[in-house]
Write a protein that binds this ligand. Structure first.
Ligand SMILES: CCCCCCCCCCCCCCCC(=O)SCCNC(=O)CCNC(=O)[C@H](O)C(C)(C)COP(=O)(O)OP(=O)(O)OC[C@H]1O[C@@H](n2cnc3c(N)ncnc32)[C@H](O)[C@@H]1OP(=O)(O)O
Length: 785
């Protein structure tokens, strides 16, 4: 048996994991020859067949809907010479030339029909059957298994038995994502979803297939002209989705709005999700089940498209020939195993109700009154009304901020769930170890030790790993799957200085070395990113402790020096670090407080004996005057004076301090490991904040600023001074600018003095003082390894 086959057998030997290919084969084998031939095309894994499921065309209902009628009226009136102030159709006398109205109405009606026909899906059962049959054969060319968790599939099937639509929200990594999700659902006898596809995918032949398999096409930017809402387009999309939901159709969309370029989840978009929430608010939908999905690959199929973009190059446009070439490349390669995780389905209704209790009372009242007012409106006269929405995509006015937050919260909850419930594949584990613990490379024995340690850490934190088997075999397999451009694998004689093990002189040792130079390092980092979420919060605390104690802490070797940091300073600065990295990671779900999560991460570091907590009073706690001053400032910011009016008492307030213990190898290694998890990001952010001093002299066009910092990052790598080559990541630099804007260090405005109203970056007033800006830069500088 070859090594690969062995691993294939092993990886599906977990009792709760099913391989869709193998289940299909066994099912067909059990059925006998005749049945096998007859059911060749229609075979699904479950007794419930797809033939009993219907996929109605809702186009007629869309065009007849009140929302579309009212929007047509609005658009027609907007085009007429004199604007009307009301949406009612019976106000024609207000126009200079009432004859124009029907003409304009007809024009917009034609446009609405055109938009809808370009958008809508047309699911064909025969095409689904044929595609499933083809996929069962073709996918095996380049995949070993498509694994699902049996318990999860049972939960999804149970949810599908209810009368409510299922909303699948997957993490978007590859073009194979939607194929695999529909393929699995089809095979498990679940109604396949309608999937929102960006209109860039409307390419000849492929586009038509996609429609027949559930794809409907949406613009990736709703409004063609910036600042002007395309009301008709929004209304068509909104109504189309609502009618699908009303008809009980399942849905799927990629809430991040595109494939991840870094391997991490991107900030979610709220447009399509707002329609689902709006449908519930409108009373059109009694309930729906939300199902976050994560699709985990051993090797990503989409090649290295993201490397170009991380290096600052333009995205390549999707074309027919490009798609054909990609299919051919995929068929000629091997991509190992895929594991698809469906998180526990949750009821939208229950989520919104519990959000009402946990979130602000005000939001609750808004939602309630909104729902009630809509029900009243529907019961009242049959007159046309604009049906403008307050929570959603189609708002005739501005979406209320409070309602927008409800949608954002749900979107973040979904992203948090799919990131934190994803299975960690063996390639991710190997890449993660190679960018953190073994950046300079390691012998197989060393990697085996680290691999087993990492597996234990992952499973201890309640996450699953996507393989079974002995670590040495898994590591070698993972290195082969990742390929030579990511991990170099070679043999070295045991007496080589690299090997260094005395008892193995004369034999050969396997040595693994990550490729850490540009641009290939982005591929390595891409895979490694999948494991960051496991250690994220602990890494934030470790990085902050290091930042706070940087003057006294030398992490180059084990040290027995007593180093103390203030507990509250660490907590406060950790929150600031999270705010700075807000576009890189989602630290906590919206229903949880960041402070609580940081505290429990700190408790973990205390348990590992990296930190020791000590209680002490303010006046004796710190010999260092900087910390003393900080502690006093912090005390006053906590409004201690409310409890103690005189200075004497304030001085006696107990403060927690933390001793940093790096005298044991285990603690020292873990602390260093935690620092390396975030270190490349810190380096990118440091490059950006350092460059802020340029803005002290004058504001800069945003593109020029971004270009300058990208060039600085590239030069640092070329000059050999960059610690991490991946710090040049364009996505990271852009995220840093967005975060600085969000925490009000930077502001971006349109320069009206230029002809094209150039987007310009400038420092916020507070940071125009050099001293203040330097303080801020120092904070990031201190966190750098
Ligand atoms: C067996 C067989 C197997 C084979 C099987 C094959 C399957 C064959 C299927 C093919 C399937 C392909 C699938 C490809 C996969 C992709 O193409 S992924 C890319 C396309 N998908 C997406 O982007 C989905 C997520 N994106 C969104 O939801 C975005 O919001 C939209 C709808 C695209 C719009 O984006 P945008 O124009 O950038 O605007 P955005 O700022 O998000 O907001 C738009 C409006 O939404 C509303 N909105 C936004 N956020 C909020 C909020 N938080 N609260 C309330 N309202 C909000 C507002 O009205 C807002 O307008 P404003 O009031 O701000 O003016």
């Amino acid at each position: 048996m070859t090594e690969e086959n062995w691993l294939y057998q092993e990886s599906t030997s977990k009792p709760d994991i099913a391989d869709v290919f193998r289940e299909y084969d066994e099912y067909r084998r059990r059925k006998g020859y005749l049945a096998r031939v007859c059911m060749s095309f229609s075979c699904t894994l479950q007794s419930r067949t797809q033939s009993s499921i219907t996929y109605p065309d809702v186009a007629k209902q869309v065009m007849k809907s009140k929302r579309i009628q009212a929007t047509l009226d609005t658009c027609a009136r907007q085009d007429c010479p004199k604007e009307a102030t009301t949406f009612s159709l019976d106000n024609e006398e207000e126009f200079e030339d009432p004859k124009q109205l029907p003409e304009k109405l007809a024009f917009h009606m034609k446009r609405a029909n055109h938009l809808l026909s370009k958008m809508k899906a047309g699911i064909s059962l025969s095409l689904l059957k044929l595609t499933s049959w083809v996929l069962h054969r073709v996918l095996r060319y380049f995949l070993s298994t498509v694994q699902v968790h049996k318990g999860q599939m049972e939960m999804v099937q149970k949810a599908a038995e209810s009368s409510h639509p299922l909303i699948f929200l997957p993490h978007h990594r590859s073009h194979l994502d939607y194929v695999v999700v529909t393929f699995i659902l089809y095979n498990y006898g679940i109604k396949v979803p309608h999937v929102a596809a960006g209109d860039n995918l409307m390419i000849p032949v492929f586009g038509s297939f996609m429609r027949g398999l559930g794809g409907y096409f949406i613009r990736r930017k709703l409004d063609k002209v910036e600042g002007k809402k395309d009301l008709l387009y929004r209304a068509v999309l909104h109504t189309y989705m609502q009618e699908l939901l009303r008809a009980g159709q399942n849905m799927e969309f990629f809430i991040e709005g595109g494939r991840t370029r870094s391997g991490k989840a991107a900030a979610p978009k709220g447009g399509l999700l707002s329609v689902v929430i709006d449908s519930y608010m409108d009373g059109l939908l009694e309930d729906a089940y939300i199902i976050p999905v994560s699709i985990n690959y051993e090797k990503i199929l989409d090649g290295t498209f993201f490397i170009r973009e991380q290096m600052g190059e333009q995205k390549i446009k999707e074309t027919f020939w490009g798609a054909l070439k990609a299919v051919w490349r995929v068929l000629m390669s091997h991509y190992g195993n895929i594991r698809v995780d469906f998180a526990q389905p949750f009821s939208l209704k229950e989520y919104l109700q519990s959000a009402q209790y946990t979130n602000m009372e005000a939001r609750k009242e808004n939602l309630e009154s909104r729902r009630n007012s809509f029900s009243r409106a529907r019961r009242s006269s049959g007159k046309l009304r604009p049906s403008g929405s307050l929570t959603s995509l189609y708002g005739t006015d501005v979406v209320v901020e409070d309602q927008r937050q409800t949608v954002k919260d749900l979107a973040q909850h979904v992203v948090y769930t799919f990131v934190n419930s994803s299975t960690i594949m063996c390639t991710t584990m190997l890449a993660f170890l190679l960018v953190t613990k073994h950046r300079k490379g390691a012998r197989l024995e060393e990697l085996v030790q680290s691999f087993e340690w990492l597996k234990e850490e992952i499973t201890f934190r309640g996450r699953d790993v996507g393989f079974v088997g002995r670590a040495p075999t898994v590591i070698q397999y993972a290195a082969d799957v990742l390929g030579d451009n990511v991990v170099k694998k070679y043999s070295v004689p045991a007496d080589d200085s690299l090997a260094g093990s005395e008892d193995s002189i004369g034999t050969e040792l396997m040595y693994f070395e990550p490729v850490t130079c540009l641009p290939d390092v982005f591929e390595l980092r891409y895979y490694a990113s999948g494991a960051i979420s496991v250690f994220l919060m602990e890494s934030i605390i470790a990085t902050t402790v290091y930042g706070v104690a940087s003057d006294d802490l030398d992490i180059r070797h084990i040290s027995t020096t007593d180093v103390f940091v203030s507990h509250d300073e660490v907590m406060e600065k950790a929150q600031r670090l999270c705010a700075l990295l807000q576009y890189e990671f989602l630290f906590v779900p919206p229903c949880t407080s960041l402070g609580t999560e940081l505290s429990s991460a700190m408790d973990k570091l205390i348990t590992y004996e990296i930190l020791r907590e000590e209680e002490s009073s303010l006046h004796s706690a710190y010999t260092d005057s900087r910390e003393m001053q900080w502690a006093k400032r912090f005390a006053s910011s906590l409004k201690m004076q409310e409890y103690s009016s005189d200075e004497e008492e304030e001085e006696e307030v107990a403060f927690k301090k933390l001793q940093v213990l790096l005298d044991e190898p285990d603690c020292y290694n873990r602390f260093n490991f935690l620092l390396t998890v975030l270190a490349p990001y810190i380096e990118s952010y440091w490059i950006v904040v350092q460059s802020l001093t340029r803005l002290l002299k004058e504001d800069m066009p945003e593109n020029e600023f971004l270009g300058t910092i990208h060039q600085i990052a590239l030069d640092r790598v070329e000059d050999g001074v960059a610690e991490f080559a991946e710090s040049v990541s364009m996505e990271c630099l852009k995220n840093a600018i967005k975060a600085l804007q969000s925490i009000k260090v930077l502001e971006i405005y349109y320069d009206t003095k230029t002809v094209e109203f150039t987007k310009t970056v400038s420092l916020c007033d507070k940071y125009r003082e050099e001293e203040r800006l330097n303080d801020f830069i120092d904070f990031i500088e201190d966190c750098r390894m």
